[in-house]
Design a protein around this ligand. Structure first.
Ligand code: MG
Length: 262
């Protein structure tokens, strides 16, 4: 399926919505700090947040602080660093940390390990480290080999490949586990989950949502467990705006039928 016309209807009052950010709500840029969500889409997210009774969360590889800055003024439930940090609907933060001795030496060792690959850089996310090679894609295999060596050396770590990035994150952390945790809590519990994402890290989310008989949507090309598909970020935006429009039409209809009754 290639466009929003092929997606099933989403009655928002019974749905819980989970959105990846980079490559889903916002186009991927050369550097992560260049990414932004258009204002009308941030507005749409606010409308959908209200329409779902607050059962809407961003689920991203970015840190929570960055998610908040990128999606402001929305400040709701969210999962950052692939689920290693999660803010629930009550505002409580749940964190899966690397052990302090490991965290202390990882950055130093990783910096040394990628020193021979110019254009690659490390991003410290607190409970995970990202090795970026968007500026130097010729080093993809070298960076992957570095990450694999660290996972072999440190049993606490697991590897999360993505688009021009490899994350080293705590074992047991993934977007599926984050969605599962949200779905046990108010206001998510009892609703049908919808998750939309574009990258390998989103596959765990798709599998979880499928297991809960929800709607999984993959953005862009590539093998996936998702049951639906949208071509690109532009199509995601059109689909989100159509959901808002559907709400507006519903409220106009409701208002006019109330008027007729009077
Ligand atoms: Mg993404």
């Amino acid at each position: 399926m290639t466009d929003s016309d092929s997606l099933p209807p989403i009655p928002l009052d019974t749905f819980a919505c989970f959105f990846d950010l980079d490559g889903t709500l916002a186009p991927i840029e050369k550097r992560p700090e260049m990414v932004s969500i258009p204002d009308n889409i941030k507005q749409a997210l606010g409308t959908l947040f209200n329409a779902t009774g607050g059962a809407l969360a961003l689920v991203s590889g970015r840190a929570l602080m960055e998610l908040d800055a990128l999606s402001a003024p929305l400040l709701g439930p969210a999962a950052g660093v692939h689920g290693a940090e999660r803010r629930d609907a009550q505002g409580n933060i749940h964190r899966t940390e690397l052990s302090p001795p490991l965290a202390q030496k990882l950055e130093r060792e990783l910096t040394a390990a990628i020193a021979g690959f110019p254009g690659c850089h490390i991003e410290a996310k607190g409970m995970a480290y990202a090795l970026h090679y968007r500026q130097a894609p010729q080093y993809q295999h070298d960076i992957l080999a570095v990450a694999e060596a660290f996972v072999d050396r440190y049993a606490e770590l697991t590897l999360q490949p993505g688009k021009c990035v490899v994350d080293l994150k705590p074992k047991g952390v993934d977007k599926g586990a984050a969605i599962k945790a949200f779905m046990r809590e108010v206001p998510f519990a009892g609703r049908t989950p919808l998750f939309i994402g574009d990258d390998l890290t989103d596959e765990a989310g798709f599998i979880q949502v499928n297991a809960l008989n929800g709607i999984s949507i993959k953005v862009g090309p590539g093998d996936t467990a998702a049951r639906y598909h949208l071509d690109d970020v532009g199509h995601v935006h059109l689909w989100l705006l159509s959901l808002v429009e559907q709400l507006d039409n519903y409220s106009i209809k409701t208002k006019s039928s109330v008027g007729e009754d009077l």
